[in-house]
Ligand binder design. Structure first.
Ligand SMILES: C[S@@+](CC[C@H](N)C(=O)[O-])C[C@H]1O[C@@H](n2cnc3c(N)ncnc32)[C@H](O)[C@@H]1O
Ligand SMILES: [Zn+2]
Length: 309
């Protein structure tokens, strides 16, 4: 299947990277290669782009798309391993790092990947195509675990009902497909909400996807490593798609700007924790009206930028 993906906050994120033609850049979520291609276009023969994705299908697409281009290295890995990935290419740091989080349109549109509640397919949702699938999760996690996941990562107030519905249904027969799960979710929430709220499955799917792919843990634990691996004046640009992600980026950026843990009434800092740089975006950059009209996926996107001292 062709890898179609309209990059979000495209010009804004490429501008924010402030690309030096001879620099080393990492695209941590290369996907269909939209952002990567724009970075490559701005690099000279001495520059290099490391294009990373955990999805083997994205790697296949990137390999085809960038065939014959000398200064790109394509890496199938989790950006959580950014330190060891970059050390294969430089003893120093990177001049810029980009992460455009979440799922790609390809992952959503290819029914076989089981990410979308709009298409009937085996429940899967694994970005790396390895490990526990969504079907494994709904059939094996306890009711309490399911409830916590749907509440925490889906922010769905009907989490207890949905978790109970899942456990009731799987006692009859294992839940295997997206449409089976949709039916269970629909039957679990009040009829009034079914008619008025958005698609009843939206929040539960987001929650299961975040849990399976460990999206928030990975993000939380990667940002400091990314900042540590930046050269002076190097920039980290992160595009998020919901408030749970954005909150983490905002907090980690702020902490790296001002890590001091001394009590506020201390006249001088004694903890010795030094600032690693500055937050460039006091407020996140959001899409303009034109992008919002053209690309539904850009709706809740936010870009935050950090610059290394
Ligand atoms: C929104 S898409 C990126 C699209 C890309 N910027 C483009 O222009 O085509 C997100 C991509 O990040 C990948 N991804 C998400 N989390 C990842 C992680 N922790 N490590 C590596 N890749 C990840 C997904 O597999 C997906 O392909
Ligand atoms: Zn201090």
């Amino acid at each position: 299947m062709e890898f179609k993906h309209i990059p979000v906050l495209f010009r804004e994120s490429i501008d924010a990277l402030d690309i030096k033609p001879d620099g080393l850049y990492a695209d941590c979520t290369a996907g269909g290669g939209g952002h990567s291609n724009a970075i490559l276009d701005r690099l000279s023969a001495n520059g290099r782009l490391v294009a990373i994705d955990r999805d083997p299908e994205a790697i296949e697409t990137l390999t085809k798309r960038f065939e014959g281009r000398e200064n790109v290295s394509i890496v199938n890995d989790n950006f959580f391993n950014i330190k060891s990935i970059l050390s294969q290419f430089t003893d120093e740091g990177a001049d810029g790092i980009l992460a455009d989080l979440g799922v790609s349109s390809h992952q959503l549109d290819d029914a076989a990947r089981g990410f979308s509640f709009h298409a009937d397919a085996p429940l899967d949702m694994r970005m790396s195509m390895q490990g526990m699938s969504a079907a494994d999760a709904v059939n094996s996690l306890s009711q309490r675990e399911l409830q916590d996941i749907i509440y925490r990562y889906g922010e769905d107030k009907f989490a207890p009902r949905i978790a109970a519905g899942i456990v009731r249904a799987r006692a009859e027969k294992p839940i295997e497909t997206t449409f089976e799960l949709n039916e269970i979710i629909k039957a679990s929430i009040p009829a009034k909400v079914r008619a008025t709220g958005g698609h009843p499955s939206k929040r539960t799917y987001q929650a299961i996807r975040i849990e399976l792919n460990r999206e928030l843990d990975v993000l939380e634990n990667s940002i400091d490593m990314m900042i540590d691996r930046l050269n002076p004046q190097g920039r980290l640009c992160i595009i998020t798609f919901h408030s749970l992600e954005d909150r983490i980026v905002k907090a980690r950026f702020r902490n790296n700007e001002n890590p001091c843990t001394c009590p506020p009434d201390f006249p001088v800092c004694v903890c010795g924790k030094k600032s690693k740089g500055k937050v460039i975006t006091r407020k996140p950059i959001v899409p303009g009206d034109e992008e919002l009209n053209e690309n539904q996926r850009s709706k809740s996107s936010k870009l935050r930028v950090f610059e290394r001292i």
